[in-house]
Design a binder for this molecule. Structure first.
Ligand SMILES: C[S@@+](CC[C@H](N)C(=O)[O-])C[C@H]1O[C@@H](n2cnc3c(N)ncnc32)[C@H](O)[C@@H]1O
Length: 294
């Protein structure tokens, strides 16, 4: 495994150019039939043996299959993928499977080690995947302008995990599981976006993503996975805050895709019955697809 010191070069030693034979105007290496499948705006995925589902290792991972779909849709083989909040390294694992170069950043050394160990499990091909322990605010110092073909990430959801879990989406006795009344926030590090109130969080996200615009190739995509949340009977519209703030710093919103999670959520509790209709946040999340305009 590479040591931390070895990977921190400025800029990082990582490839970003296509190594496929696709025509220059193609967005990806997909054929027309595979492209058609991705036109449907609601996506579903199942977990596989490569997924981290143990919440004590990381409380908020997405499936490798989701990262694969986004990477296949918006990059060619050999191009560079960036995940500014890489957590357990799922984006890097998918990039490795698909022969993409990729770099991911996370504040928490334990998560960076976990990401590195997941990568060490497989046989690396020509492309490199690096997990770096650093603040997302420092990324622009690590990469050259216009080298990134895709940003894909699931950022912290403001401070919504930074409170004791009540497991309201669980049914009856299932509510008092090992997560009950636990705080699942990644860390209390003041640089962690998960300790900020929604307004401060949205401003910090805008300021970080502003620094990432010059790293993207023109028309390169930036896909952000977020849910909305309920708190004290109020809907916290994280997706609206992010759309507004990212538009203000130079991104153009292209698509909103719904990640339908109903196939992986089961035995849910009852919400709001009989007087207050509330959709369950755990049943779907948003994939906000922006690009850097040409
Ligand atoms: C939702 S998780 C990402 C999970 C990831 N998609 C996975 O599958 O494992 C968000 C991550 O952002 C990290 N984080 C929070 N603030 C950060 C910052 N300022 N810079 C870098 N990483 C940060 C947290 O440690 C956490 O692991």
């Amino acid at each position: 495994m590479r040591s931390f010191e070895e990977t921190i070069t400025q800029p990082l030693d990582i490839g970003h150019l296509r190594d496929c034979a696709c025509p220059p105007n193609h967005l990806n290496c997909l054929d027309a039939k595979e492209w058609m499948k991705s036109q449907i705006g609601v996506w579903q995925f199942s977990y596989s043996s490569k997924d981290i589902r143990d919440k004590s290792l990381h409380p908020a991972t997405f499936p490798v299959a989701l990262a694969r779909r986004v990477i296949e849709l918006f990059t060619h083989s050999g191009q560079l993928v960036l995940d500014p909040f890489v957590g357990s390294g799922t984006t890097l694992v998918a990039a490795q499977e698909l022969g993409r170069n990729a770099v991911g950043f996370d504040l928490k050394p334990e998560y960076v080690e976990l990401a590195r160990s997941r990568l060490a499990d497989s046989d690396p091909g020509g492309a490199r995947q690096l997990a770096i322990c650093d603040d997302a605010r420092s990324i622009s110092g690590h990469l050259d302008p216009e080298t990134v073909s895709l940003i894909f990430t699931s950022p912290p959801y403001a401070n919504l995990l930074n409170r004791k879990r009540k497991n309201k989406s669980r049914r009856g006795d299932l509510r008092r599981n090992e997560q009950y009344l636990q705080v699942e926030q990644y860390s209390q590090d003041p640089r962690d976006l998960g300790v900020l109130e929604l307004k401060a969080y949205a401003e910090e996200m805008a300021s970080i993503f502003r620094t990432l615009v010059p790293l993207l190739r023109p028309r390169a995509h930036c896909v952000i996975n977020v849910p909305d949340m309920w708190w004290e009977d109020q809907r916290i519209t994280i997706h609206v805050a992010l759309i507004e703030r990212l538009r203000a710093v130079g991104y153009e919103l292209r698509n909103i895709i719904i990640w339908d999670r109903t196939n992986i959520v089961n035995r849910v509790g009852i919400f709001g019955w009989p007087s207050n209709y509330i959709t369950m946040g755990t049943t779907f999340e948003y994939l906000l697809d922006f690009w850097r305009p040409a």
